[in-house]
Design a protein around this ligand. Structure first.
Ligand code: PSU
Ligand code: MN
Length: 307
């Protein structure tokens, strides 16, 4: 029994991990279910370029034809971006997709699983999943939160979208013992917006300090990951109240159409994008680039500390 029988790590990534050089994991749900084709192809190439420019190796994850892919070829990236028959794979779906050879995009939760199997410590995403609004009744809590509690990966995000109940999301993370660190900010960001109205646990001054906290956590033998809130750059930030109006309309529509479960996140993301007429898409790309840069710096500092 070994996950090694199922995993393909590219030689470049494998060598970087072995030699303690920085690697940054990237997810594929953002490509297959978060962005339109063919703009997502350009995005995928750009985000990998940014990681490289910061001296780290990018590792985009996906499940393709019964294999766990750590690092995708241009051809495989194209498959994920075209998103024809590509499911959204959370932890519960992981074995099913591999055993039945269905192609699947990895969420934050499953990208973290791939990281742990491959030995990658840092992962950049856009926004994490969380407790949904009205989650106290629907019990819709993203598996991302449970993964952060258990799997030793540092996840750099621009916070959580306002589609979620951000207060309860942070409460859940506290209960599960997940450190939430701000990169140069005291505010937990809300994806398109710099502030959610909720604070982080600790406002770190830079990536070096973030890496030091994460290193210490793991050095102590504490299990689980860490969440880094990296706010969207000023020039791309959108107005909180404007977004609140849009999101409330999208939530109402989802409710009327009976959209639930794993479909709710992609539905809301698509509706928000349509309603903001693409303005949000430009911001979405920029915040993800910003997170890739931050993650590469954290990965670099962690490698220094592990020497
Ligand atoms: N939030 C975003 N964009 C995304 C996602 C979340 O702003 O693309 C994706 C991520 O892959 C995340 C997943 O892990 O949705 C969460 O889905 P769910 O709520 O079904 O767990
Ligand atoms: Mn859910």
């Amino acid at each position: 029994m070994s996950f090694k029988n199922y995993i393909d790590i590219t030689p470049e990534i494998e060598a970087a991990i072995r030699e303690n050089r920085p690697v940054v994991a990237l997810e594929s749900t953002i490509l297959s279910h978060g962005m339109p084709y063919p703009e997502n192809v350009e995005f995928a190439a750009e985000v990998e370029k940014i990681v490289r420019a910061e001296g780290a190796v990018p590792a985009t994850m996906a499940l393709i034809n019964g294999r766990i892919k750590v690092g995708l070829t241009a051809e495989e990236l194209e498959i994920m971006c075209r998103a024809e028959n590509i499911g959204k794979v959370s932890r519960r779906d992981f074995a099913t997709y591999l055993a039945t050879k269905q192609n699947g995009a990895t969420t934050v939760a499953t990208t973290m699983m791939c990281c742990e199997m491959a030995g990658i410590k840092v992962f950049a995403t856009g926004g994490i999943g969380g407790v949904h609004r009205n989650g106290e009744n629907t019990m819709d809590v993203s598996a991302d939160l449970q993964e952060l509690a258990n799997t030793p990966v540092a996840v750099v995000c621009a916070g959580a979208k306002q589609i979620l109940d951000i207060g309860r999301t942070l409460e859940y993370l506290e209960t599960m013992g997940v450190p939430v660190l701000g990169n140069g900010t005291e505010d937990f960001p809300a994806f398109y917006c710099k502030k959610s109205g909720f604070g982080v646990d600790y406002a770190a001054k830079d990536e070096k300090e973030i890496a030091n906290i994460i290193f210490t956590k793991w050095d102590l033998g504490l299990k689980g990951g860490a969440l880094i809130g990296n706010p969207i750059p000023d020039e791309w930030a959108l107005d909180f109240d404007y977004m609140e109006g849009i999101i409330n309309d999208a939530l109402k529509e989802a409710d009327e159409k009976g959209v639930r479960g794993k479909h709710i996140t992609p539905f809301l993301l698509a509706r928000v994008k349509e309603m903001t007429k693409g303005v949000s898409f430009a911001s979405n790309k920029q915040l993800a680039y910003n997170n890739a840069r931050c993650a590469a710096k954290v990965a670099r500092e962690l490698c220094e500390l592990s020497k």
